[in-house]
Ligand binder design. Structure first.
Ligand SMILES: Nc1ncnc2c1ncn2[C@@H]1O[C@H](COP(=O)(O)OP(=O)(O)O)[C@@H](O)[C@H]1O
Ligand SMILES: [Mg+2]
Length: 262
């Protein structure tokens, strides 16, 4: 299902943060949105998923105008949001986290919930042996996998993800992004917000660059990657600092590990 955003404005109280965002994701497209810390990426996803009310602009999902709908109705319309910091319920089991992910589909056919669950576990087989384990005891990478699997339990047609790479070792970042690529190959539409431009560009079909609440560049990842404004410009530490060193991905002692428990 396609996503079309036009002239979206949103903010907090009287503080405007988004100043007219235009963004498209075609059906089955994986779109990356990159930008430095504070660019407004999280605010954009909150406005898309109805957690924040837009002050102007329109959002369409497929043929439907979904502007102004709340989170539950948007979820039923097909949009799922995987929030930043992989907010799983730490004291609940992996299994119960998945069940809660299917909450908006609770009145739907049980067979569809069960298929969604099988597909999510096939995508992240590491979760399968941990179903009874408290989610808070999973590694950081496993928690991110659970957060995505939980989003998939809502049976979305459009999945938006907020910085899935944060705090993960490069190998896990690769694992997560290749799973997102497989979801796209299966026909899902994805919008991934990232500071880690290189990881996002490796799988994205198209990308947007945000700066201070605006889209400042748009194009194919390969083109953006060689744009001096991307490499040298406003990406702060996000581009240069988080690029893994070329060559074999040997874990460096100083690399952020996967063991970070939240
Ligand atoms: N809950 C909030 N209340 C007020 N201002 C906020 C809130 N969340 C974010 N902001 C402000 O909105 C701007 C964009 O933040 P955010 O969308 O989180 O950026 P990003 O996700 O790109 O790092 C920042 O200036 C930030 O301080
Ligand atoms: Mg953010």
């Amino acid at each position: 299902m396609s996503l079309e955003v036009r002239g979206l404005h949103a903010g907090y109280g009287r503080l405007p943060v988004l100043h007219g965002i235009d963004l498209d994701a075609a059906d089955g497209e994986l779109v990356a949105v990159i930008g430095a810390n504070g660019a407004g990426k999280t605010t954009l996803l909150r406005a898309l998923s109805g957690l924040l009310t837009a002050t102007a602009g329109t959002v369409r999902l497929g043929d439907a105008d979904v502007t102004g709908l709340g989170p539950e109705r948007l979820a039923r319309a097909g949009l799922a949001h995987v929030p930043e910091n992989r907010l799983v319920f730490p004291s609940l089991s992996v299994d119960d986290n998945l069940v809660l992910g299917g909450y908006t589909r609770r009145r739907g056919p049980a067979a569809e919930r069960s298929r969604a669950r099988d597909r999510a576990l096939a995508l992240f087989p590491r979760l399968e042996p941990r179903m009874r384990q408290a989610a808070g005891t999973l590694s950081g990478g496993e928690q991110q996998m659970l957060a995505i699997a939980r989003g998939l339990m809502a049976q979305p047609r459009v999945l938006v993800l907020d910085e899935p790479s944060v705090g993960l070792a490069p190998r896990l970042v690769g694992e997560i992004f290749s799973a997102l690529g497989r979801l796209r190959d299966g026909g899902l539409t994805l919008v991934v917000v990232e500071q880690n431009a290189r990881a996002a560009f490796a799988v994205a079909d198209r990308a947007y660059v945000m700066d201070r609440g605006r889209v400042v560049l748009e194009g194919e990842p390969a083109t953006l990657m060689s744009d001096p404004r991307v490499t040298a410009g406003f990406l702060g530490g996000g581009f240069a600092a988080e690029v893994p060193a070329p060559g074999p991905a040997a874990p460096r002692p100083s690399a952020p590990g996967d063991g970070g428990r939240r």
